[in-house]
Design a protein around this ligand. Structure first.
Ligand code: GDP
Length: 199
């Protein structure tokens, strides 16, 4: 057992400028269905903080959770960004995603780390690679988190870890492998989150 992050929901916003100020913030991005809600819930040891059953409309908001704060302070936060690449999202949703997310990621001054979630079974998709290229081009701080470790057969894990790292142009050791279902890597990610947020 690690130390779960205590989190509480603060607010949702379509416009990043409407978010309350914080001193440090970690953002989580990934394509829809990557396991983002499950991972956030695993970090906090709560089943339903980030909703795992969602409709495309409802997930197109930026959700801000305060982390480990006493007296309801909201100065350290985890920010859940809408998933990209909804297969059947309406064009309007797709068109609003990019300026919202790019605006947030480039302008949020308290942003200290971006967790880029990549499906461990599927490997990096074209959209994931685009996201990584874009983050690199702007030198925004980011860490790749592979999800669903338990879904990769143990006989295939070493090869998959190597391939996923190569696909992301990273070293294997740069990637944090996790399973929300089995608890793999969750302690480590809780520790990293505390480190990033200076908690
Ligand atoms: P989101 O759209 O990125 O928020 O993804 P969800 O957290 O809703 O997960 C998408 C699907 O993947 C759901 O059916 C989850 O149960 C499943 N899932 C998420 N994390 C894991 C995991 O660690 N292991 C397994 N086996 N399934 C997972």
């Amino acid at each position: 057992m690690g130390h779960p992050l205590h989190m509480h929901f603060v607010t949702s916003a379509a416009d990043p400028d409407m978010l309350p100020p914080t001193v440090a913030e970690v953002a989580v991005v990934g394509r829809s269905n990557v396991g983002k809600s499950s991972l956030i819930n695993a970090l906090t040891n709560r089943k339903n903080l980030a909703h795992t059953s969602k409709t495309p409309g409802r997930t197109q908001l930026i959700n801000l959770f305060a982390v480990d704060n006493k007296h309801d302070a909201t100065d350290k936060a985890l920010v859940d960004l809408p998933g990209y690449g909804f297969a059947n999202a309406p064009a309007k949703v797709k068109a609003s995603w990019q300026p919202m997310i790019e605006g947030y990621l480039t302008e949020r001054e308290s942003l200290v780390m971006i967790m880029v979630l990549i499906d461990g079974l599927v490997g990096p998709t074209k959209l994931d690679i685009q996201m990584l290229d874009w983050l690199r081009s702007l030198t925004l701080p980011h860490t790749v988190i592979a999800t669903k470790h338990d879904k990769v057969k143990s006989s295939k894990r070493n090869a998959r870890k190597r391939d996923l790292a190569q696909g992301c142009l990273l070293e294997e050791g740069d990637i944090v492998w996790t399973s929300a279902a089995k608890g793999v890597g969750i302690d480590r990610l809780q520790d990293l989150t505390r480190l990033w947020l200076e908690l």
